[in-house]
Design a protein around this ligand. Structure first.
Ligand SMILES: [Zn+2]
Length: 130
């Protein structure tokens, strides 16, 4: 990756970071209910509320993980510009197509699969592993 490509890649990561930060964090609705309005009929609503809370916290965690990945890639780009684009495990070039769709990727797909095996999920696409 040459200096111009690195600069473009950095811009892409920064845009992605801004977009991730701008994404509305999922709101977690308060679980408490007014005791006067709580009745048997509200049990379904309560279950739904709890399910929505679980979904919201999973979404927030996903956003934090994405920011972590982007920040790691930006840090590597700044610290080791010459090595950026090489897999941090096997040091082979990461396929440009993978970097294009996953600009935060620091490993090639096979190395990522070895470090984070997802059992039972067959790998089909270059984007299946992050
Ligand atoms: Zn590798």
């Amino acid at each position: 990756m040459n200096a111009r490509q690195r600069s473009a890649h950095r811009q892409k990561l920064l845009r992605l970071r801004a977009a991730t930060l701008a994404a509305d964090p999922a709101r977690i609705e308060p679980n408490r209910r007014d005791p006067v309005s709580t009745g048997v009929a509200d049990e379904d609503a309560q279950a739904l509320s709890e399910m929505l809370q679980v979904l919201a916290s999973q979404r927030n965690r996903g956003q934090a993980e994405m920011l972590g990945r982007i920040d790691r890639a930006l840090a590597r780009l700044a610290a080791e510009p010459d090595d950026f684009g090489l897999c941090e495990e096997c040091e082979e070039p990461i396929p440009p197509r993978r970097l294009e769709v996953m600009p935060w990727a620091l490993r090639c797909a096979p190395c990522q699969a070895r470090t984070e095996p997802r059992l039972g999920v067959p790998r089909r696409k270059i984007t299946d592993y992050r």
